[in-house]
Design a protein around this ligand. Structure first.
Ligand SMILES: *[C@@H]1O[C@H](CO)[C@@H](O)[C@H](O)[C@H]1NC(C)=O
Ligand SMILES: *[C@@H]1O[C@H](CO)[C@@H](O)[C@H](O)[C@H]1NC(C)=O
Ligand SMILES: *[C@@H]1O[C@H](CO)[C@@H](O)[C@H](O)[C@H]1NC(C)=O
Length: 372
């Protein structure tokens, strides 16, 4: 009896350490090796997750309970109107003093400005989170929300992002811009970087980080179908469509929207068929997925990007969509994949689990900041 318990315990411990191991993919060269040598977490390829949160679903449950935003951070909202084609954005600049004081502006002048795109489940409420991280320790943060329907026929989702970037770059012309994208936002970011790389446009961003990137919607949505996460995501999107649709009215007549069908959709794929496809004027739902996903743009990215993802992400089936080959073909890309971590959860610690992912992200940004 005693031995059996001991053997089970030993097996559990082995299992734990085995699943803490991460997969690191990159093209070996001098620069990338020296970046990785400066980032102990990336180099050691270990993520010691909270032992009782050993699956993506458990990590997600904690993620919905824990608010780990710096409580000292205050937001200052600024509205920027880009006209009827691109809409109005509300940028929430984060600040420690309630407003960007002259003192704070002076301290951060010339420091890298970090633009953060946060995740989003529904494209209608396309929103971005902006942060300005002073790499020495300070943090400034903004959160713009798109107010109007996207330009019909323009489902590329990157032109409005470019407008916002141009606006910020003009205001902070002494700073270099870094960007961190989360989930849907990281997909937008990578698609944008790939498009700039393929047509030779300056992306205005020097370094980027992609966290929890869904990469391939066409494939990913099929894997998501009928899963527990899908029903959660679908319900969330239906609720937003129900509650927020008024903000976007009147919907032009040529957009054929059957709101009953939208509410009766049983999967995200169906929701996209009845809602997203007509809204974006796409001929088919797959056409829409192909036109927004970044998977086909990885080879064109010309600036350094660090990717962080998890194989147990309940929303993104990384066993299917993770573009390892593309990452191993482009020397600008470094990717760290954990086995446990869920969808942008990555909790560590036993008594008070806290998010871990900003540690490798900041290590990477600091390392590359010193090297570039
Ligand atoms: C940078 O911005 C300041 C004001 O924000 C402006 O006066 C200056 O001309 C700009 N410099 C360049 C090179 O655009
Ligand atoms: C290149 O791509 C970027 C990003 O989508 C876009 O903003 C820009 O207008 C494109 N430039 C040309 C010349 O097509
Ligand atoms: C890896 O090295 C290449 C070439 O030396 C460089 O252009 C690229 O930015 C590096 N990748 C990352 C992710 O830093």
């Amino acid at each position: 009896m005693y031995y059996i318990i001991l053997v089970i315990l030993l097996a559990l411990i082995l299992y734990y350490f085995w699943t803490c191991r991460c997969q690191l993919d990159y093209v070996t060269n001098d620069l990338n090796t020296s970046i990785i040598n400066r980032c102990s977490i990336i180099k050691n390829k270990m993520f010691y997750y909270t032992p009782y949160l050993f699956t993506g679903l458990l990590q997600a449950i904690i993620a919905s309970k824990v608010q780990d935003v710096d409580p000292k951070l205050k937001f200052v909202r600024e509205y920027v109107d880009f006209g009827k084609d691109f809409g109005c954005f509300a940028l929430d600049w984060g600040s420690y003093e309630g407003k960007i004081s002259e003192k704070e502006a002076k301290i951060t002048e010339g420091k890298p400005l970090v633009v953060v795109l946060r995740l989003n489940l529904i494209q209608l409420t396309f929103s971005l989170n902006f942060a300005r991280i002073n790499l020495i320790g300070g943090l400034i943060y903004l959160d713009p929300k798109r107010q109007i329907l996207p330009q019909i026929g323009n489902f590329h989702h990157v032109e409005d992002f470019r407008r916002v970037l141009e606006y910020i770059a003009k205001q902070h012309n002494k700073s270099t811009i870094y960007a961190i994208g989360h989930s849907f936002g990281s997909n937008t970011l990578l698609k944008y970087l790939g498009m700039c790389g393929s047509n030779g446009t300056d992306p205005l961003i020097k370094v980027a980080v992609s966290v929890g990137n869904p990469y391939d919607f066409q494939l990913g949505m099929r894997y998501l179908e009928d899963s527990l996460s899908d029903s959660y995501i679908r319900k969330h999107r239906q609720r937003i469509a129900r509650e927020k649709i008024d903000q976007y009215l009147p919907i032009p007549k040529h957009i054929n929207l059957d709101l009953n069908k939208v509410q009766q959709a049983k999967t995200s794929l169906e929701f996209d068929t009845y809602f997203t496809k007509p809204i974006f004027g796409a001929p088919s739902v797959d056409f829409h997925y192909l036109s927004i996903q970044c998977a086909n743009y990885m080879e064109f990215v010309k600036i350094p990007v660090f990717f962080l993802g998890s194989f147990d992400d309940p929303v993104i089936n990384n066993r299917a969509v993770y573009p390892r080959d593309a990452i191993l073909k482009n020397p600008n890309l470094i990717s760290l994949m954990t086995q446990v971590g869920g969808h942008i959860s990555w909790f560590e610690g036993v008594l008070h689990p806290k998010r871990w992912y900003y540690k490798p992200v900041l290590q990477y940004l600091n390392a590359i900041h010193q090297l570039l």
